[in-house]
Design a protein around this ligand. Sequence first.
Ligand SMILES: Cc1ncc(COP(=O)(O)O)c(C=O)c1O
Length: 429
Amino acid sequence: MLRFIMEFSLFGRNFTQKTGILELMDDLGQALAGDGEVSMLGGGNPASIPAMNEVWRQRLQEILLQDSGVELLLAQYDTPQGNPGFLQALARFFKERFGWNVGPENICVTNGSQNAFFLLFNLLAGEWGQGKSRSILFPLAPEYVGYADQALGSGHFHSRRPQVVLQEFPFFKYYVNFEGLELREDTGALCASRPTNPTGNVLTQDEVVHLAGLCRRSGVPFLLDNAYGTPFPGILFEDVEPFWDESTVLVLSLSKLGLPATRTGILVAKPEIIQAVTASNAILNLASSGIGQSLVLPFLENGALWELSRKIIRPYYLEARDFAVQAAVEIFAQRFPFRIHRPQGALFLWVWFPELPIPTRSLYERLKARAVVVVPGEYFFFGMEDEDKDWNHRRECLRLNYARPKGEILRGLMVLAEEVELAFGLPRR
Ligand SMILES: Cc1ncc(COP(=O)(O)O)c(C=O)c1O
């Protein structure tokens, strides 16, 4: 039979449907391709920090000058678990600095942490046989949009509405609502990013300990996404202790150290989980990229990674955050109601316009037409229950990336203010 239209399997259809993330990435690409002035506040790209670029430039030169440097960097597959020297150095770092009871058997490397989550979600949730299935529970929505389409099936994600607490103006903060939060028999894992993309929230130590305790008692893994957090890359503006215990799968990444193109994710977990991810990695990738591991290894061995995070990365983003918050407050003040989620880490401002008459999805379109790219908040509330459908807050927030040049941020905020004013039916200033 001749087929004129390309057809795909269920898997293919799942992955080629117009997902939120695909649409946004398309928009970013198209906006970048134009030649006018664009405020690109939508993507998740980390800042290009000159001092960090210099660190990696020097390290690359050092490798290239070594005998067999190129061979070590480019010309070999690592084991599917990762480079043995890197695994050992990481284990020693965690053990000596934080007293965690881990060895190389507790660590594996993936091609980016995005890839790690794909494997974890589908190893721990989905069809379970005999008509049963398991799901991932996100204890606090909104959560990272990059998780939303990763399950090989539908209905495998559930997320919970948080407590919304107003703080001193202009801030508010989400807290986990523990009332009624229980792990069911079909809960495969709990998952949270800390700091959270999109909000910059940092779960308190009490919240983390409480969630880990729930998981430990139920024998369910606690996936803790540390793409921005401590001990590295350190885009964290509060004193927070790194957290790991036997029930936790801590997922780290080299991306926000300035190395997103090396695609390096790191898992710290009990050996059974490491073995399962390693086996899956072998099937999907043979091995993960070794470039990031080679670049970072000496900085792990001499402890400098910790220093780079605290002395270069954190101050850089702190300055950018303070600039963005101050600019938003000055530009929005006295014009319409707004609040900003307390930006405790990561590289985003999560702005809430209470009672905004149009959904931020529409606001996004209007802004895009004026060359300002943001991410509408709706996408980050995936997996919510039907009873939360009428919760308007989901349509009143948006995410701005502040790791951008100051001119772009100022212009973007000014255009945003004009469009919010229009949406509220207020006269333009
Ligand atoms: C919360 C969170 N987790 C995971 C990732 C994936 O990062 P990567 O695959 O570059 O390690 C990102 C990317 O921005 C993120 O924001």
